[in-house]
Design a protein around this ligand. Sequence first.
Ligand SMILES: [Zn+2]
Length: 203
Amino acid sequence: MNDTFEQNVHRDVKAPKICYTAGGMLIHANKVLLVKHKKLGIWLNPGGHIDEGELPHEAAEREFFEETGVKVKAVDVFSLPGVEKKYSLVGKSKTAFPYGENFGFQPNPMTTNLHWVNEESYQLRLKSDNPDKRYPTARWKRGCEQHVGFFYLLQAVDGVTFSQNQEETDGIAWFRLADIDELETRDNIRAEIKLGFAISGIQ
Ligand SMILES: [Zn+2]
């Protein structure tokens, strides 16, 4: 991971092609709602690419709904009840343009992470005739090499009854904190989920 970080700090070297993604974590009755990703074969929080003209937290809300059928809203981490003082500035400015003021605070993500999705493409591209071009693959149609993921805490807007998205997922279920160590997933995702439980006051 340190290599990835160095790579992106020193942007004078040919940088990986970055795509921006957003996702989120819904905790309800001490459980988190996760989906089993079809392409990756692991359990994770719903999420996906941020569309053009979309704010990161809007993408997290939309992706969550698409993958679970549950309507959610992103929570600003600085507005959590456990935070000693309430630092949140969300809602303290008027609506951003085009109609209101030209500035609007948006919900802050719980984490912002950077990860490789296709390092192979990056290495091949550097050696190719045209290293500036993107090389989409069947799995990564946009030619993404790294993702920057904005990861939000979410709250349900209108109940938590889910329905599985058969196209994108192989499963959907609620998990307790005690289930997370044994979950079929990656360590970084596990750490992110545990952080979500922790800052939601669940031990
Ligand atoms: Zn991507």
